[in-house]
Write a protein that binds this ligand. Sequence first.
Ligand code: MN
Length: 443
Amino acid sequence: MAGDPVSNVEAAPEETQCAPTEASGIVEVLEARDVPLGGLRALQVRRTLPQRARTLIGAWCFADHYGPVEVPATGGMDVPPHPHTGLQTVSWLFSGEVEHRDSLGSHALIRPGEMNLMTGGRGIAHSEVSTPDTELLHGVQLWVALPEAHRDAERDFQHYVPEVVEVFGAEIRVFLGSLAGAASPVRTYTPLLGAQIDLEPNAAITLAVDPAFEHGLLVDAGDVRLGGTVVRPAELGYVAAGLDVLTLSNCSDEPARTILLGGPPFDEAIVMWWNFVARNHDDIVQAREEWEAGSERFGEVEGYPGRRLPAPPLPNAVIMPRRNPPVQEPVEAVAEPVVRRVDAERLYEMAIDGFRAGLTAYRDRGEQRVFYHTEVDKAHSRKGLAATLVEQALNDARATGKRIVPVCPYVARFIKKHPEFDDVTDQPTPQLLHWLDAELTAQ
Ligand code: MN
């Protein structure tokens, strides 16, 4: 938000590396944490869901992102048979090949651009091993929480290869739900969107989306601007429901690759522990006991050359259900600006949702507070924000016993329209302007 300090612009456009786009709601950037995947040679994955700030996006309750890793060096992926309940798993690769075996009897190869959707409602077990031919392993594994009515769904395994939709500057593969005129035939238990979106260098696309959906954009490569925020590789940008378009811009000179997830907010609280999605602690205890006892609930995985994964010990505490923080409305609807004085910077800032969206800067000269520059971030230049900022700044100046000197033309116009500040306003004199000039040049 830096600018020429005496430029007195009401709404100075923020400098961006990208073509400016319309602000389209709050984007919350969720960072990944590194987690070793189970197995002998632990593959590191980057997990963006769940985390403290967010449990779910729609029914998407888990997002692991891994690679690219060189398999000869790391050993690749080798996850022995392990159980699941209450969820569907989506395996999606960018490169490499993974051999999947499950207790339904499925034996499949997971390949780039091909979705494998496994349903483990009441219980399923599976193993995942990268194939010996794989040199570079790179992809995502995502989980979908099943709603109460279907959380004991039968075991199922589906394979789907979406067509590639070409739009100007981008290629889209819709594996679940519908987007850009493509629709996946794969059945889900709640409305969902899952798509890979590849953007050419510096390309931007605007996509019509369901306003009932909240969305998450997981960036694999490139810096991608979503709404007003740049989401970087391994980050997940979250946008609340309420928007009917999303604009994605690749701010990098390299191709960008992203996964867009969406769905209506999932309003049930869930308990996630190890590989189980359940509703309460007792469900988890029971599922764990049944896995450890070799119960038919999970069945047998044929053909994996090794032992199955034992369940880790339960934590001492009761595992509490998790749900999302209260639903955030898009910025236009509710985010109220907060104005505060920042003494160290000699300005009043206006924050929207924790981010500085505007400022009015001053210098104190004895009992006078000289306002010389006001600006509001272009992304937030909606009606009335600058007025709110200046009004609260002037009220604070008055309350702290200061007299107001409006050098900034915006503040001057504001005072003309609000004579209630006349009694504490001094007009700038040539002498004061000279002092201000020296004051601002000196730093
Ligand atoms: Mn699994």
